[in-house]
Design a protein around this ligand. Structure first.
Ligand code: ATP
Ligand code: MG
Length: 740
């Protein structure tokens, strides 16, 4: 196949290479036009680094210097790689490989394994922890959860720094790092882990890179093949490159100079995996002929957000900090960032969910809002709170879109249609890509309007609708694309696990938010212990936590709210303090933790908090133990304690919920979550005050559904509230609600 046939978009795209440069400022343009030789961009958040490198690739292709298939664009998360592919496609540079180091290596390894080693590539381990626990047991060492996490982290560090078990103790001593436990013991577990893994015929995440490095080092013939294919390299977020990834990059380059790296040392957040900004900061020294560009104009965020980001960073110390550049916002002023203190976590989550509803009502779309937290375990209370407010959300990293049965089925149907239809130019011209996709998915259950109802049928429809949206976007970006091209794109995305956006509020960890942006960002749980996290002990680790918060702050375009709570559970001891990083940043307060005096209080007493019923510390209804887990709090008992669930009532409640969600045109969880229904079916409340005690039954829910639920509990037929029987979307029904 000729390259023109593979990349028809280039033929149709405007020929003028310079057109790509419009929309870049002079420094970004310098990056985009430096097509020969090494380039290094050292720049802060939101200054257009990703924009500059995607334009550089598009410019290089149009100028005829790069062939799309010869470019390898590298980054660190699947979502960022997907984002890069999207931007490249819009610039008419489809066909460029934009991948994570890991996925690029895996692809090459799969391809060359039969030749380099023989047979199939061993199976890839999804998670290490289980095997590490077994390895420890073999070494007669018992590890609790946090010890297990520490040891697993050490094994990962050792592997990305290319340290074998026997050399681990010395490597620790040389690195000056404080090991979490006796290095000799860790080395023993590490060795046992490697052995176990071999015995089971498996490889782990780091092995993918290690093996690729091994093959490229030992087999010049294979290295030559790879180098023949890839001639131009671009690395985004280069501050987070690990020594192993750096080694791989050098092997790919094989001494050639066509490499462009961009990064921000102030956003180094993966040191714990062995990543280091040294490679970025030393790049100009290693490549004295490199074009070095610094960008300072922040195009992403308002002056208010940028001011906060600069303030946060001005307190940073360490090597990256010395080189930091003060950002200058290019945007019009926006709202001041909010600082809100709450008495406890569920109240914080409720407050955030209410803030989100207000934004939705003011016209911000759900897809433009994110809640970012330090660790994934924090998501649950926010999932609950958003569900309680009827706000759709998506958990980043949690949705395995392309693994869903309906998505796989749709893929098979589209592939069949592509085979039949791509040879038929008439069909192509008369029907168009999106229409063809709608027709094919129509046979699989897609309809123009969402089905009345929720549950499995609605979920299936949502998946198919996401595919239709994807096809529409794809068709817009590549008007000449055929169904076969779309199928190839879907395969590509499936491989990269990059799901199309489902319109909902994003819940993500700060680590997963790197490189992304939203109109509104809520940074939650900002108390000591969580930010910085308890296990950040050394000064360096604390600095990394500060950078993590900086990454969070700089994700916001306009609306930014920072919040924390004084205790974990309602009625618990208010022993927490706001994050030390907020000192001196909260307006109207002096420095020091007392800064919270200037913060808005979201607790009991303010407009929102005053409405909240007062809760004592929540205890298990069965054994009386104090509850801290959000799921258990919702059930009002320990997961393990015997349940007195009224099964028949639970079934009736579920049927009612299905019907109600159908009327409202909302997902079922927006009416009540399963856990709430279970808690109701266990407690069988007799009146509104008893019902109100159940977690997940807020004031709004009580007003809307209380009578119906109580009727069901009393064994009667529920009568729906008239006001809502006309239905409507989540936002509409919210707007008619009496939530003041
Ligand atoms: P991060 O460090 O967070 O990864 P970044 O430096 O990669 O940020 P981008 O994501 O490329 O920044 O750009 C931030 C936002 O600013 C994007 O929405 C981008 O489209 C916009 N932007 C960048 N440069 C310009 C420009 N010259 N004109 C208009 N908008 C721009
Ligand atoms: Mg970027």
């Amino acid at each position: 196949m000729t390259s023109a046939a593979r990349f028809p978009v280039l033929i149709d795209a405007p020929q003028g290479a310079d057109a790509v440069l419009e929309g870049l400022d002079p420094e970004q343009r310098e990056v985009a036009t430096a097509l020969h030789g090494p380039v290094c961009v050292l720049a802060g958040a939101g200054t257009g680094k990703t924009r500059a490198i995607t334009h550089r690739i598009a410019y290089g292709i149009r100028a005829g210097v790069m062939q799309p298939g010869s470019v390898l664009a590298l980054t660190f998360t699947n979502r960022a790689a997907g984002e890069m592919r999207g931007r490249l496609r819009q610039l008419g540079a489809a066909g460029v490989q934009a991948r994570t180091f890991h996925s690029a290596a895996l692809r090459q390894l799969q391809f060359f394994w039969p030749r380099a080693v023989g047979g199939e590539l061993p199976r890839l381990l999804e998670r290490k922890v289980q095997l590490v626990a077994e390895a420890a047991a073999r070494s007669r060492i018992r590890l609790d959860r946090s010890e297990l996490r520490d040891v697993t982290g050490e094994i990962e560090w050792a592997k990305v720094t290319q340290t074998v078990p026997e050399e681990y103790p010395k490597a620790i001593a040389d690195s000056g790092r404080e090991a979490p436990r006796d290095p000799a013991e860790t080395a023993g577990i590490y060795g046992a882990y490697e052995q176990l893994k071999r015995d089971r015929g498996a490889i782990d995440f780091e092995d993918v890179l290690l093996l690729t490095v091994g093959v490229l080092q030992d087999r010049p013939d294979i290295a030559d093949r790879v180098r023949e294919q890839y001639q131009h390299f671009v690395v985004d977020e280069y501050q987070d490159v690990s020594p192993l990834q750096q080694r791989l990059l050098e092997l790919w380059l094989g001494g050639r100079e066509s490499v462009c790296v961009v990064g921000d040392a102030s956003q180094t957040i993966y040191s714990f995996t062995g990543a280091t900004p040294e490679h970025l900061l030393d790049f100009p020294a290693r490549h004295p002929d490199a074009t070095v560009v610094r960008l300072v104009r922040d195009y992403r965020s308002t002056p208010q957000v940028v001011h906060l980001a600069n303030g946060l960073l001005s307190q940073a110390v360490g090597r990256g900090a010395e080189q930091r550049l003060e950002l200058v916002s290019q945007r019009d002023p926006g709202p001041e960032p909010g600082f809100v203190e709450y008495p406890d976590e569920p109240t914080e989550a409720e407050g955030v969910a209410r803030g989100i509803r207000e934004l939705l009502e003011s016209g911000v779309s759900a897809g433009e809002i994110a809640v970012l937290y330090r660790i994934n375990a924090q998501s649950e209370v926010y999932e609950q709170a958003l569900a309680d407010q009827g706000v759709p959300y998506q958990l980043q990293g949690a949705e395995r879109f392309f693994e869903r049965a309906e998505v796989r089925e749709a893929g098979v149907a589209l592939r069949g249609a592509a085979r039949a239809g791509d040879n038929d130019p008439l069909l192509q011209e008369t029907v168009g890509l999106a229409a063809q996709v709608r027709a094919v998915l129509g046979t699989k259950g897609w309809t123009t309007e969402p089905p009345a109802g929720s549950g499995a049928v609605r979920d299936r429809w949502e998946s198919l609708a996401a595919l239709v949206r994807l096809a529409e976007d794809f068709g817009r970006a590549r008007p000449e694309a055929k169904l076969g091209d779309l199928v190839a794109e879907l395969d590509e995305r499936a491989n990269a696990q990059h799901a199309p956006t489902i319109e909902g509020v994003t819940l993500a960890s700060l680590h997963a938010a790197k490189g992304l942006e939203w109109d509104a960002v809520f940074l939650v749980g900002l108390s000591e212990g969580m930010m910085p996290i308890t296990h950040a002990k050394t000064a360096e680790q604390v600095e990394e936590e500060r950078r993590l918060l900086y990454v969070g702050v700089t994700r916001a375009r306009a609306h930014l709210t920072l919040s924390w709570s004084l205790s974990r559970t309602p009625g618990g001891r208010a022993g927490r303090r706001p994050s030390r990083f907020l000192s001196g940043l909260v307006p109207g307060a002096g420095s020091g933790p007392a800064a919270r005096g200037g913060a808005r209080s979201g607790g009991n007493g303010d407009r929102a908090g005053g409405r909240r019923r007062k809760r004592g510390p929540l205890r298990c209804r069965v054994c009386g133990r104090g509850l801290t887990d959000a799921g258990e709090m919702k059930l009002m008992r320990c997961e393990g304690c015997p349940s007195d669930l009224d099964e028949a009532l639970y079934e009736r409640l579920r049927d009612w919920r299905l019907e109600r969600a159908r009327q409202l045109g909302q997902p079922a969880y927006c009416v009540f979550t399963d856990k709430t229904l279970m808690a109701i079916a266990e407690a069988v409340p007799e009146d509104a005050s008893q019902l109100a005690l159940i977690a997940g039954v807020g004031r709004r829910k009580l007003d809307r559904f209380g009578d119906e639920v109580l009727a069901l509990c009393a064994g009667e037929e529920p009568v729906a509230h008239e006001r809502e029987s006309a239905g409507g979307t989540a936002a509409e029904s919210g707007a008619t609600d009496t939530d003041t």
